[in-house]
Design a protein around this ligand. Sequence first.
Ligand SMILES: Cc1cc2nc3c(=O)[nH]c(=O)nc-3n(C[C@H](O)[C@H](O)[C@H](O)COP(=O)(O)O)c2cc1C
Length: 194
Amino acid sequence: MASRFIDFMLSRISPPIAELKGPPPSEEEIATMLRVASRVPDHGRLEPWRFILYRGEAREKAGALLADLAERTEGPLSETRRNQELTRFSRAPLVIGVVSSPKEHPKIPQWEMFLSGAAAAMNLVHAANALGFGANWITNWYAGSEEGRRLLGLAPHERVVGFVHIGRFEGSVPDRPRPDLSAVASDYTGPWQA
Ligand SMILES: Cc1cc2nc3c(=O)[nH]c(=O)nc-3n(C[C@H](O)[C@H](O)[C@H](O)COP(=O)(O)O)c2cc1C
């Protein structure tokens, strides 16, 4: 059991969004994904995150709003560019927005609340994969735009952890080089020295 889980984790990979196809996950599968995503370390049990589901026609609505915003910001868009914005949320059958929704707290720093949100996003990706779906976590330009976030349903104090695109994936993805552990892990030897 342990080695199957380790094998699963060591082979995880994100397929291209354009290759994530329907039919979308069932209600029950989505509920499972969200339960797993919510089961994360959360200092102070603040639940400093929430999820927004973009599915069905709502995906086209989000794309149309983003295309209009891009046009307002950049001026007239080429047809290719406009189509790119129009289809941002409709490439995959389901997009789950993981939203960091920090709470006021006298002791717990907001940084820790953001980290809990990232854990929720990663758990969501794993749950989707375990249920047999491909998943790809992106942010994109609209996550960095105040108006983009508002159009996508976020409150002013909230930030995008990620838009996790979920769908069925038949192909295979070539792996990319993975970190050399000796470059990212070391024994503690004392204070940092520049
Ligand atoms: C917070 C965050 C934001 C990301 N935003 C984007 C993005 O906007 N566009 C993109 O192409 N990839 C983005 N990525 C990377 C994708 O998830 C990428 O497909 C992934 O790193 C592939 O690695 P994997 O196969 O190990 O999952 C983001 C990753 C993270 C963690």
